[in-house]
Design a binder for this molecule. Sequence first.
Ligand SMILES: [Zn+2]
Length: 363
Amino acid sequence: MTTQTYRIPLLYSHHHQEHAPTLETHHAKILNYPEVPRRAEIIRGHLLATGLMQPIIVETSMSKSDICQTLDAGMVDYLEAISRDMATLTTESLSSFYSLQDTDPAHFYRYPSVFPQRDRIYHSHQSLMGLHGYYCFDKDAPVGKGTWEAALYSATIAHQGAGMILEGHPLIYSLCRPPGHHASRDLMGGYCYFNNAAIAATRLLEKGTVAIIDIDYHHGNGTQEIFWNEPRVLFTSIHAHPDGEYPYFTGYAEETGGPAAPNTNLNFPLHAGATEATFLAALDELLAGVRAFNPASIVVSLGFDAFEQDPLGTFKLKVESYFKIAQKITALQLPTLLVQEGGYAVDMLGVLAEQFVNGMLAR
Ligand SMILES: [Zn+2]
């Protein structure tokens, strides 16, 4: 890569700002929702100030039919319907139906309350509230009036980034928000609505096989599920061990792929408190798997919540760890799409993103 002249396209949309839930529940506590708009703004502001990036503001969304190449049409239609329904709420309707202190419709988000076991449903059901739980695996995907546009443009940023890789770009940063790797084909959750990395990887299949490298602190359960039986996509992930960490039911090393795609799923669960040395050793093993798969392109699910100051994580990665991780990934010398996932030490996210980008340029 000609590091002196190549400015990395940074794809961004203002629509993410319209999605800003404020609360989540955790055991008996009500907490501030950590997946805030400022996350993307800090990364964008910091990266643009480095002069390394070429800013691209995405103004036109991808089509629903393109999204449904990867995701379930029922879920996609549902998110649009409930989000548009939220836009019809007024202060009066909220005051009369809910005993709320804050009756500003812009601050109101719907949370799923019933999670039906799909194999025990005897009647089809169409109410928006009922369907919310049908299309969620947990309570952490609240929907407000701006959620549809935010999720749609987040997916578009990833999809367009993949298109630019197909055109020959060596490196793209898709600054997606909300994140995506917990969402599967037909389930939302974990602050995720549409699986942006999976949508990008599906598009990249035009170029040949794809390897996804997920370095978010949490297991990318949604991405794993989407490509479980897809032999053309290798999903790899380093994450906190599911014995003690969200999403609990996936991320074990013995999950290696479906019958049509054996050994195309590589999980490296690490125990709480993992250090940089432990993480980098797992990454070396992961990258050996990627090399053996010999993909045409790479998608990095780029979470920053393995950082030592992250309020949701327990790992001990330092600022400079992100340079080292990127340096190892870029040594693959493959076209690489960076897709933003989590990271909640908000004030540090710009610094971590800069470290990662600098590492990627150190080819
Ligand atoms: Zn995470």
